[in-house]
Design a protein around this ligand. Structure first.
Ligand code: FAD
Length: 242
């Protein structure tokens, strides 16, 4: 009997060396990195990868980054990273990595903060918390464009808007510090009115909330106030600060 041909093992837990194919500056503090993966496997929108940096003395730092791209982008993933001035890993991506460099990653991970085609859906993101929500939006635009979905996106100023060129009628922005000139839309923190308007546009359904701890907590409270039961709210927290 013929021997079975061995197949390459594509397991989400294995570290692999990716290659930075392109880097895009999104805002003064945020860049997107498209990374080619030798053991790429399809992810669910909302999932993340772990990134590991190793110093010459063996010191290691590991962080998680959400996937911004649709799983239809075969062979690559896009990570969008906010540069924290006193950070360890994010400044390395911004200041050191160039196209063609290699980076160690493993994933995709997470089974809870994922979009499996639920309809309708409300997405609420603060700052870089928009990253996994953009994966959901991008994938929905390519696979189920007629499905009701709305993004509420809170940013500080006009120059902090990530993916600005991709935000269409399905996105509502609010500027918490300084709106752009002649802005007639929402300003200030997300409030229950903004949630209720967006929720009415998509009817009832699942809400995905992502951002800092403080952002996620206050938006979750507003969603509960607007009538969302806890089981319809999925949250992802990026950092320790509010
Ligand atoms: C599931 C998951 C997905 C994530 N996805 C993304 C993503 O798509 N894009 C992205 O930019 N980040 C994302 N993060 C955050 C990321 O993992 C790192 O925490 C972040 O990049 C900071 O790492 P650092 O090494 O640069 O800073 P560190 O050296 O870890 O921290 C430096 C300082 O910043 C504070 N800090 C740490 N994290 C944050 C934060 N997120 N916000 C504000 N202050 C912070 C620390 O308390 C410390 O004072 C995600 C986190 C999780 C858990």
């Amino acid at each position: 009997m013929d021997r079975l041909t061995p197949v390459e093992q594509r397991a989400p837990g294995r570290w692999q060396i990716g290659t930075v194919a392109s880097i895009k500056r999104e805002t003064p503090r945020v860049k997107s990195f498209r990374i080619e993966l030798p053991m790429w496997m399809p992810h669910l929108p909302g999932q993340h990868y772990d990134v590991r940096l190793t110093a010459p003395d063996g010191y290691r730092a590991e962080r998680s980054y959400s996937i911004a791209s649709s799983p239809l982008d075969e062979g690559t993933i896009e990570l969008t990273i906010d540069r924290l001035a006193d950070g360890e890993v994010s400044p390395y991506f911004h200041d050191v990595l160039v196209e063609g460099d290699q980076v160690e990653v493993r994933g995709p991970f997470a089974s809870y903060f994922v979009w499996r085609g639920e309809k309708p859906t409300l997405l609420v993101g603060g700052g870089s918390g928009v990253v996994p929500l953009m994966a959901i939006l991008r994938h929905r635009r390519r696979t189920m464009p007629d499905l009701a979905m709305r993004l509420i996106y809170s940013v500080r100023t006009a120059e902090d808007v990530i993916y600005g060129d991709e935000l269409g009628d399905d996105a509502t922005l609010t500027f918490t510090r300084e709106p752009p000139e002649r802005w007639t839309g929402h300003t200030g923190r997300i409030d229950v009115g903004l949630i209720a308007d967006a929720a009415a546009a998509v009817d009832t359904g699942t809400a995905f909330v992502c951002g800092s701890n403080g952002f996620v907590e206050s938006v979750t409270r507003l969603l509960l106030e607007a009538g969302y039961e806890p089981g319809r709210i999925r949250t992802e927290r990026f950092g320790p600060t509010g």
